[in-house]
Write a protein that binds this ligand. Structure first.
Ligand SMILES: *Cc1c(COP(=O)(O)O)cnc(C)c1O
Length: 954
């Protein structure tokens, strides 16, 4: 709380409403203090007695100085460890205009495609890059990392293959972290991994799939065609984990016959980040696209028949299919996929090939230098990685390189690995050779033979040719982000996905080389800064949640859920409770909950919702009785996804505990609890948090995310292990021990800047603002559920079903009409069909809250004009919404409302108007005619007739 003479603190900047505005809002609601409001809204049974014990708030410059000190304890080196992470040069134009540009990083997942055309186009470009480099026709819009991508591919092969076998063959040439993650995921669902050296041929037996890695962990590049053909003859599907840069020079998985390709797009311009965030990728042959895990961008058409992008085949996803979804992935790595796509566009096919040739040439020089010194290397065909055979000398060599500032890979006492990358120079090659006691020697042979050399073209589309100058790229990126609505233009009032401020000061440190340039497998003495950062964060998150231990490994909420459920499974198993496999999930739960339960090997049993929106206690008791002795857990969200602080939560937890089950509290709604209540105190055994919701990591247009899992002491032994641990005690869920470590400074900064009082006040203000909105809108749109004092928590559900019944105007119409008013729509039809869920967060000031309220009231007046017959529904501005500039400037205008009513329904839009680039998009058309790569430019030319347009899209 600032005195007039004192400079504003960070919390004054982060929290939108000023002191005076907070007083105004309280007055409207009839409370005389925030405390009074919160005491009424939050049930006393769950209120914590202990205020947050966290370091006091500090000023922006002080927190940045602290972070500088922490960063200074990391030691960036020349990183040649490889193992799936390769240094890369992020073109400054991409760093500044994507990674550091709010228009890109503050945008939400593109569920509202009309205001997301820019980022959808970028993601489609990413898909095109993956499809063409792997030579497989359909690629997804990113997965979480390479190791989980392999696990997803194995699950896909199992789903797609009708054979009875539950065994999968896995190449010994896979990365160790991949094997470790895959083993945990396979065990959980009863898949048997059979490890084998596939270079020796396929072993006997039945397998539903085979996983290869090419180039292999030791750098060998192989022609897998025969092995893949043999696998197909034996009824198995095949997956190849591969490397995008290598694929510019060597034949691709698709060309070698594979069904699926996976990997990481990190080395296309995304910093090492101590392990993440990076975009994993997956592409598949025709026939498998409907089973793809994760999001897929497709081309459809808008109301004018113009091509338009949207998320395709969403009916596969967890929010619709729940426990039958193709995976639990929700938040993925959109921002990083966009960087990778633009890296490919900036360099083009020739540029990428030139980088790859340079990288390969350095590896070739290393090899010939070693051979000249009589040091053997493992493979005669390789791309960027070599393994030297140095009996008993590996330690000495790795230490010598280290003393010269270079990290090599210590494999065992006799072997050292070296991976070259875009940063490698001739001078570095000489220093590496010196560490081996060798020197440069001429390269007189080819290490990529003609049979393995790629001759097929790739990246021929104009997007990979047009933006080679910096001016052209800068304008392209600006053009794309101008098509979109992100937090830098409007509030994004999304229930369940807290879209609060991502402040510039929190974002700054992630680009510092001491955070961005660290390899995840660097020696511990080079990563002390990261350890201090993660130790602080783990401690602070324990304090905030009331749990005893936290793992920062999960790189999305969904992965936190999986880690938490695997911990529960591990705990029951350790207690001999192997029958406990049932996971109770309330009807209103987020779709990831059910999908994660299945991936953890559990059976989902749904618990009904009572008429007041709370968990139906009678139904819960009945389900517990029916499945007595078999309850593994309940997964509940608190406050509920209905936006209400349920009074019964302690009872719910007790009932499940009495039945021997564990309580999983989904922490995505922690923004309503921080400083007021702790899930670890009121009954939870485990929770995941979403740092990309409550703790200011930006959404990035659909990722990155961080989903830490927090547990009480008894579950601590079952938290995810280090994926590189020799004998992991429990399954890891990410390829790197700290998952998306590179963005943890954002959350660290937020907590340090806000301090305990600021964090608590943020929660209180979020609750205040939600209740202000609910109160102001309730006369127009009934608020579906409320708790004590007729209050909501930090979000509210506006029920449009009665209006829809009376007028035909749907919640979707309202969502699209909000675009004309300059807003991103609230959450549509989750968790209740036909409703909008609104969460203003603490970051929006009174002016923005009122602008939203005015828009919603204006739309209500429009609905009345449909109701009273002034406007037929089909030709109303609601059904026609959103309106493009092209549409409202046509010569002919036959609609019964004016152009002004269409585009400028409120006067303030005259000085700040957003026009969507496309009209409402036809989703069904896009799913029927699946197109998931960049369409030919002609598709965007004005059609001479509708028929030709159809042809172009078909
Ligand atoms: C966002 C959300 C999740 C999933 O988190 P992701 O990071 O998208 O995987 C789970 N539960 C709830 C209630 C959520 O709002």
């Amino acid at each position: 709380m600032s005195h007039p003479d004192i400079a504003p603190t960070f919390q004054d900047r982060h929290i939108g409403p000023s002191e005076t505005e907070i007083a105004q809002l309280l007055e409207v609601l009839g409370y005389d203090s925030l405390d009074a409001l919160v005491s009424r809204a939050v049930p006393s049974q769950i209120r914590t007695a202990q205020p947050l014990n966290l370091p006091a708030a500090r000023a922006e410059q002080d927190v940045l100085a602290d972070l500088r000190t922490i960063a200074g304890k990391n030691r960036p080196r020349v990183q040649m460890i490889g193992l799936g992470y390769y240094d890369t040069i992020t073109p400054a134009v991409l760093r500044r205009n994507i990674l550091e540009a709010p228009g890109w990083y503050t945008s939400y997942t593109p569920y509202q495609p009309e205001i997301s055309q820019g980022r959808l186009e970028a993601l489609l470009t990413f898909q095109t890059v993956i499809e063409e480099l792997t030579s497989l026709p359909v690629a997804g819009a990113s997965l979480l990392d390479e190791a989980t991508a392999v696990a997803e591919a194995v699950l896909l092969m199992r789903r797609a293959n009708k054979t009875a076998s539950s065994r999968v063959l896995v190449d010994a040439g896979c990365f160790p972290q991949t094997l470790s993650v895959l083993r945990g995921r396979a065990d959980a669902v009863g898949i048997e991994l059979v490890m084998t050296d596939l270079d020796r041929g396929l072993p006997d037996g039945d397998y539903f799939g085979v996983v290869y890695q090419n180039p292999s962990v030791t750098g060998g590049v192989r022609d897998l065609s025969e092995s893949i053909a043999e696998a197909h003859r034996r009824g198995a599907l095949t997956t190849v984990a591969t490397d995008l840069l290598a694929l510019t020079l060597v034949t691709s998985p698709g060309e070698q016959g594979a069904d699926i390709a996976v990997g990481s797009a990190q080395r296309f311009g995304v910093p090492l980040f101590f392990g993440g965030p990076h975009a994993g990728f997956i592409s598949v042959r025709n026939g498998l696209e409907r089973m793809l895990p994760g999001r897929l961008v497709g081309v459809s058409k808008d109301a004018d028949g113009s091509p338009a992008y949207r998320l395709a085949l969403q009916t596969r996803e967890q929010h619709i299919r729940r426990d039958k979804a193709t995976s639990n992935i929700c938040t993925a790595q959109a921002l990083l996929a966009n960087v990778a796509a633009m890296y490919a566009a900036y360099h083009g096919a020739e540029g990428l090939r030139a980088i790859a040739r340079r990288v390969h040439s350095h590896a070739a020089h290393l090899t010939s230098g070693l051979h000249a010194a009589d040091i053997e290397t493992l493979h005669s065909n390789f791309f960027d990685t070599i393994v030297a055979h140095v009996p008993h000398r590996a330690g000495v060599i790795v230490r010598a390189a280290n003393a010269d500032g270079i990290n090599l890979r210590y494999i065992d006492t006799d072997h050292v690995g070296v991976s070259c990358d875009e940063h490698t120079t001739g001078e570095i090659v000489e220093r590496v050779l010196a560490a081996f006691g060798a020197a440069l020697a001429p390269v007189d042979t080819s290490y990529i033979p003609p049979t393995l050399t790629r001759t097929s073209p790739f990246l021929q589309h104009t997007v990979f040719r047009r933006y080679r100058s910096e001016a052209a790229m800068q304008r392209f990126l600006r053009k794309l982000s101008d098509k979109d609505l992100a937090l830098d233009r409007t509030m994004i009032p999304l229930g369940s996905c807290t879209m609060k401020l991502n402040s510039a000061v929190e974002m700054e440190p992630i680009s510092w080389p001491e955070f961005a340039g660290i390899h995840p497998f660097a020696p511990a003495d080079q990563t002390e800064g990261y350890r201090e950062l993660t130790d602080d964060l783990e401690r602070w998150l324990c304090e905030i949640t009331g749990y005893d231990r936290v793992s920062l490994q999960p790189n999305a909420g969904s992965q936190g859920e999986l880690a938490g459920l695997l911990a529960i499974h591990g705990y029951h198993t350790a207690n001999g409770d192997t029958d406990r496999t049932i996971c109770l999930i309330p009807q209103s739960a987020h779709g990831t909950n059910a999908a994660s339960a299945v991936l953890a090997g559990m059976q989902v049993v749904v618990v009904a919702t009572a008429t007041n929106g709370n968990i139906d206690l009678d139904d819960l008791r009945a389900k517990i009785d029916r499945h007595s002795g078999k309850i593994a857990a309940i997964m509940l969200t608190y406050p509920s996804t209905h936006g209400v602080y349920e009074n019964d939560v302690r009872t719910v937890c007790e009932l499940v505990h009495d039945a021997g089950g564990q309580v999983y509290i989904d922490g995505a709604n922690l923004n309503a609890l921080v400083g007021l209540a702790r899930p670890g105190e009121f009954g939870g055994d485990v929770s995941h948090l979403n740092l990309h919701k409550t703790f200011c990591i930006p959404h990035g247009g659909g990722g990155p995310g961080v989903g830490p899992v927090a547990v009480r002491e008894h579950l601590a032994p079952f938290l995810p292990s280090d994926p590189l641990a020799a004998d992991p005690a429990s399954p890891p869920v990410s390829a790197a021990n700290y998952g998306s470590a590179g963005i943890l400074p954002i959350t660290w900064a937020y907590i340090a800047l806000m301090g305990p009082d600021g964090l608590t006040r943020a929660t209180e203000t979020a609750v205040l603002s939600a209740n202000y909105l609910a109160g102001a809108l309730a006369p127009y749109y009934p608020v579906l559920y409320t708790g004590d004092g007729n209050l909501v928590a930090h979000e509210c559900i506006l029920d449009l079903r009665a209006l829809t019944k009376a007028t035909g105007v749907t919640a979707e119409d309202v969502a699209k009409r909000l675009i004309d008013y300059g807003f991103h729509a609230p959450t549509l039809s989750f968790p209740v069909n036909g409703t909008l869920m609104v969460e203003p967060t603490e970051s929006e000031n009174l002016e923005e809250l009122d602008r939203f309220i005015d828009a919603m009231i204006g739309i209500h007046a429009e609905i009345q004009r449909v109701a009273d017959g002034t406007w037929p529904l089909e030709s109303s501005p609601l059904r026609q919404a959103p309106h493009t500039a092209a549409q409202v400037t046509t010569t002919e205008w036959t609609l019964p409302y004016t152009r002004q009513e269409a585009a400028f329904p409120v006067p303030s839009l005259r000085e700040n108007k957003y026009f969507p680039p496309v009209r409402r998009i036809d989703g069904v058309h896009g799913d029927r005619n699946l197109v998931c790569s960049c369409p030919a430019p002609e598709a965007f030319e004005a059609p001479s007739s509708t028929d030709t347009r159809e042809e172009v899209l078909a």
